[in-house]
Design a protein around this ligand. Sequence first.
Ligand SMILES: Cc1cc2nc3c(=O)[nH]c(=O)nc-3n(C[C@H](O)[C@H](O)[C@H](O)COP(=O)(O)O)c2cc1C
Length: 189
Amino acid sequence: MELQEALVSRRTVFRFKPEPVPRDVLEKVFSYGIWAPNHHTTEPWRFVVLGKETKETLGRRYGEIQMGKAPDHVDDENRATLGERGYAKFMSKPTIVAVSCLQDGDEQTQREDYAATCCAMQNVQLAAWEAGIGMQWSTGPISLEEPTYQLLGIDSAKEYIIGFFYMGYPEEIPECGRKPIDEVMRWSD
Ligand SMILES: Cc1cc2nc3c(=O)[nH]c(=O)nc-3n(C[C@H](O)[C@H](O)[C@H](O)COP(=O)(O)O)c2cc1C
């Protein structure tokens, strides 16, 4: 696939075929991430591929979060259904990778390292797309809470989880457009 074609055709994917992304394919795709531009070459990106037990624990927690989102008037039975649906939704993501960036140094360095990790993940998303793999970047509450950091062995004082990346072979590719370039670009004097 041509780079420019991949840039335009890549879409966030929410529904996947059941099979996970094989380990060697994951390693290959993430190996493109680490070539992202990065001020002072701090290489701040860190990747944790969720194993079966971790995924199960987080799936249960995801279900709880969904239950907690229900308004007060929802009864216990319907609340439990929301929890089960949440669990099933999380577990339907064939491969999940938590991506974090080291947060060393002053505020500007931390910003730059966050930006570099985002660049790394766009590299990964494009490399994955070329390999027929879809992804969804998720910054939902589960990626932000302290128990998740502990479960993944990430020290929240030193590292920030930029998101969970749900990955797999697409079941469906959604459509999503953009404004024309002249609406978002201008030329100063
Ligand atoms: C920093 C970041 C966080 C995102 N978090 C979420 C999220 O929590 N849930 C979600 O459904 N999509 C999330 N997305 C994906 C965007 O919703 C998606 O990129 C957008 O809808 C445009 O669709 P496209 O990627 O197909 O062009 C996130 C994307 C970025 C860059």
